[in-house]
Design a protein around this ligand. Structure first.
Ligand code: AMP
Length: 143
């Protein structure tokens, strides 16, 4: 299975923020949308960074409640690893494991066209394994 199949099922909407918005805005967005990360986008750079709940926790440990007024640029990871629609789930799983992160923005020609979380990958992988097992059972039963 490829990233394109995940996007077909979940859609291509991605929550984004600008680097000069506050971390308070990000916290509200994460809670409201029930997501774990937002992509930091600038008009000239659609994938300029990523901020996840882990970044917010790290900032809270360092700055306490003052974190909420700090700009996104202080907490975001700038070197964003991305994936493409043609990548397989296996490739995504190894990229997430190696990088120790749970989100991969989907890039096409420098544009942000979706985002895949570890939850999406696990959900589709489990469905794929169940399908394989059922095909195998049918094959054995008909042999
Ligand atoms: P996560 O596991 O996605 O909550 O993120 C853990 C850490 O990795 C945080 O510091 C994120 O900013 C960072 N991170 C998340 N996704 C990516 C990504 N695709 N590329 C680079 N860093 C990331």
């Amino acid at each position: 299975m490829h990233v394109a199949a995940i996007l077909k099922a979940k859609g291509r909407a991605v929550e984004t923020v600008a680097a000069d918005e506050t971390l308070g805005t990000v916290v509200a967005l994460l809670a409201e949308r029930r997501i774990g990360a937002v992509v930091v986008s600038q008009p000239s750079r659609p994938i300029a960074g990523i901020v996840s709940e882990r970044d917010i926790v790290r900032m809270l440990a360092r700055h306490g409640a003052a974190t909420l007024a700090l700009p996104v640029s202080e907490a975001m990871t700038r070197d964003v690893v991305t994936c493409r629609e043609t990548d397989t789930l296996d490739e995504l799983m190894s990229r997430m494991t190696e990088g120790r992160f749970r989100h991969l923005p989907v890039e096409d020609n420098g544009q942000l066209v979706g985002i895949v979380s570890i939850g999406d990958v696990v959900k589709h992988r489990v469905a794929e394994v169940e399908l394989e097992a059922s095909a195998m059972r049918d094959y054995i039963a008909s042999a």
